[in-house]
Design a protein around this ligand. Structure first.
Ligand SMILES: CC(C)=CCC/C(C)=C/CC/C(C)=C/COP(=O)(O)OP(=O)(O)O
Length: 296
Protein backbone atom coordinates (compact mmCIF):
# COMPACT_ATOMS: atom_id res chain seq x y z
CA UNK A 1 0.00 0.00 0.00
CA UNK A 2 1.21 3.50 -0.70
CA UNK A 3 0.87 6.31 1.77
CA UNK A 4 -2.26 8.30 1.28
CA UNK A 5 -1.14 10.73 -1.39
CA UNK A 6 -0.45 14.15 -0.05
CA UNK A 7 -1.43 16.90 -2.42
CA UNK A 8 1.61 17.64 -4.54
CA UNK A 9 2.92 21.15 -4.56
CA UNK A 10 2.53 22.85 -7.88
CA UNK A 11 4.37 25.76 -9.33
CA UNK A 12 4.23 27.68 -12.55
CA UNK A 13 7.01 26.56 -14.90
CA UNK A 14 10.04 27.04 -12.66
CA UNK A 15 12.94 24.72 -11.89
CA UNK A 16 11.65 21.76 -9.97
CA UNK A 17 12.28 21.56 -6.25
CA UNK A 18 12.39 18.22 -4.50
CA UNK A 19 9.63 17.68 -2.01
CA UNK A 20 9.14 14.74 0.34
CA UNK A 21 5.38 15.16 0.23
CA UNK A 22 4.51 12.91 -2.71
CA UNK A 23 3.79 9.19 -2.86
CA UNK A 24 6.65 6.71 -2.81
CA UNK A 25 7.28 6.43 -6.55
CA UNK A 26 10.15 3.95 -6.11
CA UNK A 27 7.82 1.63 -4.21
CA UNK A 28 5.18 1.94 -6.93
CA UNK A 29 7.79 1.11 -9.54
CA UNK A 30 9.07 -1.87 -7.53
CA UNK A 31 5.56 -3.28 -7.48
CA UNK A 32 5.37 -2.83 -11.23
CA UNK A 33 7.86 -5.70 -11.54
CA UNK A 34 5.26 -8.34 -10.88
CA UNK A 35 2.52 -7.08 -13.16
CA UNK A 36 1.76 -7.39 -16.81
CA UNK A 37 2.18 -3.72 -17.48
CA UNK A 38 5.95 -4.03 -17.31
CA UNK A 39 6.55 -7.44 -18.85
CA UNK A 40 7.83 -5.92 -22.07
CA UNK A 41 8.87 -2.51 -20.85
CA UNK A 42 12.15 -3.94 -19.50
CA UNK A 43 13.21 -4.47 -23.11
CA UNK A 44 12.40 -0.94 -24.24
CA UNK A 45 14.65 2.10 -24.71
CA UNK A 46 14.80 4.28 -21.57
CA UNK A 47 12.68 7.09 -23.05
CA UNK A 48 9.71 4.78 -23.51
CA UNK A 49 10.31 2.97 -20.24
CA UNK A 50 10.28 6.27 -18.37
CA UNK A 51 7.01 7.30 -19.98
CA UNK A 52 5.35 3.96 -19.35
CA UNK A 53 6.49 3.97 -15.74
CA UNK A 54 5.04 7.44 -15.20
CA UNK A 55 1.69 6.19 -16.46
CA UNK A 56 1.99 3.02 -14.45
CA UNK A 57 2.74 4.97 -11.26
CA UNK A 58 -0.32 7.18 -11.83
CA UNK A 59 -2.58 4.17 -12.49
CA UNK A 60 -1.23 2.39 -9.42
CA UNK A 61 -1.72 5.46 -7.23
CA UNK A 62 -5.33 5.89 -8.29
CA UNK A 63 -5.95 2.17 -7.88
CA UNK A 64 -4.45 2.10 -4.41
CA UNK A 65 -6.66 4.99 -3.36
CA UNK A 66 -9.68 3.11 -4.72
CA UNK A 67 -8.72 -0.20 -3.09
CA UNK A 68 -6.92 0.60 0.13
CA UNK A 69 -6.77 4.22 1.24
CA UNK A 70 -8.15 4.88 4.69
CA UNK A 71 -10.67 7.71 5.04
CA UNK A 72 -12.73 9.39 2.37
CA UNK A 73 -11.57 7.80 -0.90
CA UNK A 74 -13.83 9.96 -3.05
CA UNK A 75 -12.29 13.08 -1.53
CA UNK A 76 -8.82 11.72 -2.35
CA UNK A 77 -9.95 11.03 -5.90
CA UNK A 78 -11.28 14.63 -6.05
CA UNK A 79 -7.75 15.78 -5.22
CA UNK A 80 -6.30 13.62 -7.96
CA UNK A 81 -8.71 15.25 -10.42
CA UNK A 82 -7.62 18.68 -9.32
CA UNK A 83 -4.01 17.63 -9.86
CA UNK A 84 -4.90 16.47 -13.37
CA UNK A 85 -6.48 19.91 -13.89
CA UNK A 86 -3.14 21.46 -13.00
CA UNK A 87 -1.24 19.41 -15.59
CA UNK A 88 -3.54 20.68 -18.31
CA UNK A 89 -3.42 24.23 -16.95
CA UNK A 90 0.33 24.25 -17.63
CA UNK A 91 1.65 23.88 -14.11
CA UNK A 92 4.69 21.84 -13.16
CA UNK A 93 4.54 19.63 -10.08
CA UNK A 94 7.38 19.48 -7.63
CA UNK A 95 6.93 15.87 -6.63
CA UNK A 96 8.22 13.02 -8.70
CA UNK A 97 5.07 11.18 -9.72
CA UNK A 98 3.22 14.25 -10.94
CA UNK A 99 6.30 15.83 -12.47
CA UNK A 100 7.03 12.66 -14.47
CA UNK A 101 3.42 12.34 -15.57
CA UNK A 102 3.35 15.99 -16.64
CA UNK A 103 6.42 15.47 -18.82
CA UNK A 104 4.87 12.37 -20.42
CA UNK A 105 1.55 14.14 -21.05
CA UNK A 106 3.26 17.06 -22.79
CA UNK A 107 5.85 15.02 -24.69
CA UNK A 108 3.21 12.69 -26.09
CA UNK A 109 0.27 15.10 -26.41
CA UNK A 110 -1.90 12.89 -24.21
CA UNK A 111 -5.53 14.02 -23.80
CA UNK A 112 -6.99 13.95 -20.30
CA UNK A 113 -9.90 11.60 -20.96
CA UNK A 114 -8.02 8.37 -20.21
CA UNK A 115 -6.63 9.83 -16.99
CA UNK A 116 -10.10 10.92 -15.91
CA UNK A 117 -11.54 7.52 -16.75
CA UNK A 118 -9.07 5.74 -14.49
CA UNK A 119 -10.24 8.00 -11.67
CA UNK A 120 -13.88 7.26 -12.52
CA UNK A 121 -13.21 3.50 -12.42
CA UNK A 122 -12.06 3.85 -8.85
CA UNK A 123 -15.09 5.94 -7.94
CA UNK A 124 -17.22 3.16 -9.34
CA UNK A 125 -15.36 0.61 -7.18
CA UNK A 126 -16.57 2.50 -4.11
CA UNK A 127 -20.19 1.87 -5.08
CA UNK A 128 -20.43 -1.23 -7.22
CA UNK A 129 -19.33 -4.58 -5.81
CA UNK A 130 -21.19 -6.93 -8.16
CA UNK A 131 -21.71 -7.12 -11.95
CA UNK A 132 -24.84 -8.58 -13.51
CA UNK A 133 -23.54 -9.53 -16.96
CA UNK A 134 -20.32 -9.84 -18.93
CA UNK A 135 -21.33 -6.70 -20.84
CA UNK A 136 -21.60 -4.83 -17.53
CA UNK A 137 -18.11 -6.03 -16.67
CA UNK A 138 -16.82 -4.84 -20.05
CA UNK A 139 -18.43 -1.47 -19.26
CA UNK A 140 -16.28 -1.32 -16.13
CA UNK A 141 -13.18 -2.25 -18.18
CA UNK A 142 -13.88 0.77 -20.40
CA UNK A 143 -13.00 2.89 -17.38
CA UNK A 144 -10.48 0.72 -15.55
CA UNK A 145 -8.33 -0.92 -18.25
CA UNK A 146 -9.01 0.41 -21.74
CA UNK A 147 -7.72 3.90 -20.90
CA UNK A 148 -4.34 2.32 -20.09
CA UNK A 149 -4.12 1.05 -23.66
CA UNK A 150 -4.97 4.49 -25.03
CA UNK A 151 -2.22 6.01 -22.89
CA UNK A 152 0.24 3.41 -24.16
CA UNK A 153 -0.71 4.08 -27.79
CA UNK A 154 -0.08 7.79 -27.21
CA UNK A 155 3.30 7.03 -25.64
CA UNK A 156 4.29 5.26 -28.88
CA UNK A 157 2.69 7.92 -31.06
CA UNK A 158 0.54 5.15 -32.49
CA UNK A 159 -3.01 6.24 -31.65
CA UNK A 160 -5.78 5.73 -34.22
CA UNK A 161 -9.42 4.78 -33.83
CA UNK A 162 -8.80 1.37 -35.41
CA UNK A 163 -5.95 0.63 -33.03
CA UNK A 164 -7.88 1.96 -30.05
CA UNK A 165 -10.69 -0.52 -30.77
CA UNK A 166 -8.24 -3.46 -30.88
CA UNK A 167 -6.41 -2.17 -27.83
CA UNK A 168 -9.72 -2.09 -25.92
CA UNK A 169 -10.14 -5.80 -26.53
CA UNK A 170 -6.62 -6.56 -25.32
CA UNK A 171 -6.95 -4.40 -22.22
CA UNK A 172 -10.42 -5.65 -21.28
CA UNK A 173 -9.16 -9.21 -21.64
CA UNK A 174 -6.12 -8.47 -19.44
CA UNK A 175 -8.40 -6.93 -16.83
CA UNK A 176 -10.81 -9.87 -16.80
CA UNK A 177 -7.91 -12.35 -16.60
CA UNK A 178 -6.65 -10.44 -13.58
CA UNK A 179 -10.09 -10.70 -12.03
CA UNK A 180 -10.07 -14.46 -12.67
CA UNK A 181 -6.69 -14.78 -10.94
CA UNK A 182 -7.89 -12.70 -8.00
CA UNK A 183 -11.33 -14.21 -7.35
CA UNK A 184 -10.41 -15.27 -3.81
CA UNK A 185 -8.80 -11.96 -2.82
CA UNK A 186 -11.63 -9.93 -4.33
CA UNK A 187 -14.21 -12.05 -2.50
CA UNK A 188 -12.42 -11.36 0.80
CA UNK A 189 -12.84 -7.65 -0.04
CA UNK A 190 -16.55 -8.21 -0.77
CA UNK A 191 -16.05 -7.80 -4.50
CA UNK A 192 -17.22 -10.23 -7.16
CA UNK A 193 -16.33 -9.37 -10.73
CA UNK A 194 -17.55 -12.72 -12.10
CA UNK A 195 -20.90 -11.84 -13.71
CA UNK A 196 -23.88 -12.80 -11.54
CA UNK A 197 -25.68 -14.19 -14.61
CA UNK A 198 -22.81 -16.65 -15.09
CA UNK A 199 -22.74 -17.67 -11.42
CA UNK A 200 -26.43 -18.54 -11.77
CA UNK A 201 -25.91 -20.34 -15.04
CA UNK A 202 -23.17 -22.57 -13.59
CA UNK A 203 -24.94 -23.11 -10.28
CA UNK A 204 -22.27 -21.26 -8.29
CA UNK A 205 -23.26 -19.63 -5.02
CA UNK A 206 -21.32 -16.59 -3.79
CA UNK A 207 -20.25 -18.54 -0.68
CA UNK A 208 -18.55 -21.13 -2.91
CA UNK A 209 -15.93 -18.47 -3.61
CA UNK A 210 -14.95 -18.46 0.08
CA UNK A 211 -13.72 -22.09 -0.06
CA UNK A 212 -10.01 -22.92 -0.05
CA UNK A 213 -10.53 -25.26 -3.01
CA UNK A 214 -12.73 -24.60 -6.01
CA UNK A 215 -15.61 -27.05 -6.45
CA UNK A 216 -16.66 -28.45 -9.81
CA UNK A 217 -19.15 -25.67 -10.49
CA UNK A 218 -16.64 -22.93 -9.76
CA UNK A 219 -14.05 -24.59 -12.01
CA UNK A 220 -16.56 -24.88 -14.84
CA UNK A 221 -17.42 -21.21 -14.45
CA UNK A 222 -13.75 -20.16 -14.45
CA UNK A 223 -13.09 -22.36 -17.50
CA UNK A 224 -15.94 -20.66 -19.34
CA UNK A 225 -14.74 -17.15 -18.47
CA UNK A 226 -11.14 -18.01 -19.36
CA UNK A 227 -12.12 -19.31 -22.76
CA UNK A 228 -14.31 -16.33 -23.52
CA UNK A 229 -11.62 -13.91 -22.39
CA UNK A 230 -8.91 -15.63 -24.44
CA UNK A 231 -11.11 -15.19 -27.51
CA UNK A 232 -11.32 -11.48 -26.78
CA UNK A 233 -7.55 -11.32 -26.32
CA UNK A 234 -6.98 -13.19 -29.59
CA UNK A 235 -9.23 -10.74 -31.46
CA UNK A 236 -7.36 -7.79 -30.01
CA UNK A 237 -3.97 -9.38 -30.75
CA UNK A 238 -4.39 -8.22 -34.36
CA UNK A 239 -3.18 -4.90 -32.94
CA UNK A 240 0.39 -6.26 -32.90
CA UNK A 241 0.43 -6.60 -36.69
CA UNK A 242 -0.53 -2.93 -37.15
CA UNK A 243 2.52 -1.76 -35.18
CA UNK A 244 6.25 -1.77 -35.77
CA UNK A 245 9.44 -1.32 -33.75
CA UNK A 246 9.25 -0.80 -30.02
CA UNK A 247 5.47 -0.38 -29.99
CA UNK A 248 5.10 -3.80 -31.58
CA UNK A 249 7.44 -5.33 -29.03
CA UNK A 250 5.64 -3.75 -26.09
CA UNK A 251 2.15 -4.70 -27.20
CA UNK A 252 3.25 -8.24 -28.11
CA UNK A 253 4.56 -8.41 -24.55
CA UNK A 254 1.21 -7.39 -23.08
CA UNK A 255 -0.62 -9.94 -25.23
CA UNK A 256 1.93 -12.59 -24.26
CA UNK A 257 1.47 -11.77 -20.57
CA UNK A 258 -2.28 -12.29 -20.95
CA UNK A 259 -1.89 -15.57 -22.79
CA UNK A 260 0.58 -16.85 -20.23
CA UNK A 261 -1.81 -15.90 -17.43
CA UNK A 262 -4.62 -17.79 -19.14
CA UNK A 263 -2.29 -20.80 -19.45
CA UNK A 264 -1.54 -20.59 -15.73
CA UNK A 265 -5.27 -20.66 -14.96
CA UNK A 266 -5.69 -23.70 -17.22
CA UNK A 267 -2.69 -25.41 -15.55
CA UNK A 268 -4.30 -24.82 -12.15
CA UNK A 269 -7.25 -26.78 -13.58
CA UNK A 270 -9.31 -23.63 -13.08
CA UNK A 271 -8.97 -23.78 -9.31
CA UNK A 272 -8.24 -20.11 -8.63
CA UNK A 273 -9.11 -20.47 -4.95
CA UNK A 274 -6.32 -22.74 -3.68
CA UNK A 275 -3.56 -20.46 -4.96
CA UNK A 276 -3.43 -17.49 -7.29
CA UNK A 277 -2.27 -18.84 -10.67
CA UNK A 278 0.82 -16.96 -11.87
CA UNK A 279 2.28 -17.16 -15.38
CA UNK A 280 5.63 -18.90 -15.80
CA UNK A 281 8.40 -16.79 -17.32
CA UNK A 282 9.22 -19.49 -19.86
CA UNK A 283 5.61 -19.53 -21.03
CA UNK A 284 5.51 -15.73 -21.28
CA UNK A 285 8.66 -15.75 -23.43
CA UNK A 286 7.24 -18.47 -25.69
CA UNK A 287 4.03 -16.48 -26.03
CA UNK A 288 6.02 -13.33 -26.79
CA UNK A 289 7.69 -15.10 -29.72
CA UNK A 290 4.31 -16.29 -30.93
CA UNK A 291 2.64 -12.86 -30.59
CA UNK A 292 5.56 -11.07 -32.24
CA UNK A 293 5.50 -13.51 -35.12
CA UNK A 294 1.90 -12.53 -35.82
CA UNK A 295 0.50 -15.69 -34.25
CA UNK A 296 -3.00 -15.06 -33.03
C1 LIG B 1 -1.81 -0.82 -26.24
C2 LIG B 1 -2.10 -1.86 -25.23
C3 LIG B 1 -2.95 -2.99 -25.65
C4 LIG B 1 -1.58 -1.74 -23.99
C5 LIG B 1 -1.83 -2.68 -22.86
C6 LIG B 1 -1.69 -1.91 -21.57
C7 LIG B 1 -2.03 -2.76 -20.35
C8 LIG B 1 -0.96 -3.59 -19.76
C9 LIG B 1 -3.26 -2.75 -19.85
C10 LIG B 1 -3.67 -3.51 -18.64
C11 LIG B 1 -4.91 -2.93 -18.12
C12 LIG B 1 -5.28 -3.47 -16.76
C13 LIG B 1 -5.41 -4.92 -16.56
C14 LIG B 1 -5.49 -2.60 -15.82
C15 LIG B 1 -5.83 -2.98 -14.43
O1 LIG B 1 -4.68 -3.38 -13.79
P1 LIG B 1 -4.53 -3.23 -12.24
O2 LIG B 1 -3.27 -3.89 -11.85
O3 LIG B 1 -4.74 -1.84 -11.84
O4 LIG B 1 -5.77 -4.12 -11.83
P2 LIG B 1 -6.46 -4.18 -10.44
O5 LIG B 1 -7.36 -2.98 -10.42
O6 LIG B 1 -7.23 -5.47 -10.51
O7 LIG B 1 -5.36 -4.16 -9.43
Amino acid sequence: MVDTPARPSWTTPLPQLPTPAGPDVAALHRRAGGENFTVASLLLPPRFRRRLMSIYAFARLVDDIGDEAPGDRNALLDKVERDIDRIYAGYVATDELWADLTVTVHECGIPRTPLDRLVQANRRDQQIKRYRSFDDLLGYCELSANPVGHLVLHVFDAMSSERAALSDKVCSALQVLEHLQDVAEDYRNDRIYLPADDLDRFGVKEEDLAATKANREVRALIAFETQRTLRLLDEGAALVGTLSGVARLAVAGYVAGGRATAAAIVNARFDVLTTTPRPRKSRTIAELARSLGGGR
